[in-house]
Every structure is written in C-alpha cells, then in structure tokens.
Ligand binder design. Structure first.
Ligand code: MF3
Ligand code: CO
Length: 251
C-alpha cells in the first residue's frame, strides 16, 4: 500500500479555499443548466469563473483531457467531454465534475443538475447517490477503516436497488488530483488503512439504475452504462479532523 500523506494546516487551508470557491461556482452555474445550452458552453462558463477566482482547472491538461470540467448526461456515468454537439434538453440528468487548485492544492467535486422537469426515476437515483455520500462522510473520524466508507456506500446504494460502479473509485487528493489511497465504493468493512487526522479524500459514489457495468467510448474518456441505464455521481473532498470530518467542498 502506497503511503498516505497527512496534510498540515496550511495545505488544508488551501484545499478549503479551492473547495469553497468550486462550490460557489457550481451553485452559481445552476440557473445556466437549462434546455438549449451546450455542455461546451457550460464548461467555458465554469472555466472562466474558476480563473476569475484564481483556481487552476486541473482537469485541463490531465493526460489527454482538454477541458476544465467533465459533464456527464443521463447514461454517461463520468468523464463526459464537453461538446458543442451536446445540447441539453428538458428531462436531462446532468452531472458536472470539476477539479480546481488554489496555490497548487486541489479540491474535487461533482454535483447533479436537473434540466427542467425530470422523471421521478432520475430524482430517486440522484437522491440515493447523495445520501450514500452523506452517510459515508458522517462515519468518518480518526480510527475507522478506509473500507468502512466503501461498505457504507455499497449498502446504501444496493439497499435502494441500484448498482455501484466498480471500475472507478474515489481517491486521496492534495497537490495531486489522484493520491493514495483508492477509495472504492464497494467492499467489506474493517479493511485497509486506518484513517488519521490530516488525510484528505475525494469520495465519489457512481451509481446505476441497472447493471453497474460500464463501457468506455472510443474517445478514451466517456464512461457510459453498458445497459444504457441512467447513472448518478456526486463527489466531495473531505479532510479527516481530530475528532471527525470536514467537508471542504461545501459552503
Ligand atoms: N473528478 C474526476 C476524478 O475524480 C476527474 C478526473 S478526469 C479528468 O478523477 F481528466 F478530467 F481530470
Ligand atoms: Co474525483
């Protein structure tokens, strides 16, 4: 197992600044997520607001990725590439995932958006992704096992009758977007490293209404459900504190 870096106060302060600014931007962007806008325009709006707030768009230039955000619609689970050809329409379920760094320290978050009136199925799936994330975060304090997070998410999602994506995981985060440890969204409780004060994690349940299997499109990024069913994704960056947890990506 790779070394899990503990962050000091200065590092955490920077990650919190990044996180709160990202949360502000995703809140402000909400009224723009309407029928007729393209995901390319949404990405440009978000990137502009990030730069205005001194946040570096970390996804842009991450490997072959060329955009500030991933915008995943309906059956796209994660890593949807913003495109002028993807025009939102009423009923769409949109997940916007964004990573920003402030003075070299990253925060990573994803939020769901509804375009106009969405089906009750969409609302339920989104609610379960959010409640799985919230329940898992509520467990966090020094001394719990990493896989207690994983097991909590899996239980919450499967109890609701939905699938948990195995192919992607949450992750440690800091100066790098992806650090040790991996944070799977499924597994047995009581395993893996023990959480300590100063660990920073991005927790991100990815859930499906049908099978949890995914397929990656030839673009190398877009991850869709194999069966074409809907998928939800919500993500926060947290820090393990002396006696619990702080969510760095909420206002
Ligand atoms: N937020 C995603 C993650 O947790 C985004 C990374 S993919 C990127 O891994 F290429 F867009 F950066
Ligand atoms: Co992430």
């Amino acid at each position: 197992m790779q070394h899990i870096q503990l962050k000091n106060k200065l590092a955490i302060d920077k990650m919190r600044t990044a996180g709160k600014r990202l949360a502000t931007i995703l809140k402000e962007i909400e009224p723009l997520v309407v029928a007729g806008i393209s995901t390319w325009e949404l990405d440009a709006e978000i990137e502009g607001r990030m730069r205005a707030l001194a946040l570096k768009p970390v996804c842009k230039g991450y490997g072959s990725y060329r955009h500030a955000t991933c915008i995943s619609v309906n059956n796209v689970v994660v890593h949807g590439i913003p495109s002028k050809d993807t025009i939102l329409k009423s009923g769409d379920f949109v997940k916007i995932d964004v990573v920003g760094s402030f003075e070299n320290y990253c925060a990573d978050m994803a939020r769901p958006f509804f375009v106009g009136a969405v089906d009750e199925r969409v609302q339920r799936l989104a609610a379960v992704a959010k409640s799985a994330l919230n329940k898992a975060i509520a467990l966090i304090k020094p001394g719990i096992f990493l896989s207690d997070i994983s097991a909590c998410i899996q239980e919450e999602v499967e109890q609701a009758g939905f699938g948990v994506v195995r192919y992607f995981s949450g992750h440690g985060i800091g100066k790098s977007l992806h650090e040790a440890p991996d944070v799977p969204n499924y597994g047995e409780a009581g395993e893996g490293p023990v959480l300590r004060e100063g660990m920073t994690l991005a927790i991100e349940p990815m859930i499906t209404e049908g099978s949890y299997e995914i397929v990656i499109m030839p673009d190398g990024w877009t991850a869709k459900t194999k069966d074409g069913g809907l998928a939800a994704h919500e993500e926060d960056t947290i820090v393990v504190t002396r006696d619990g947890v702080e969510i760095l990506t909420r206002l």
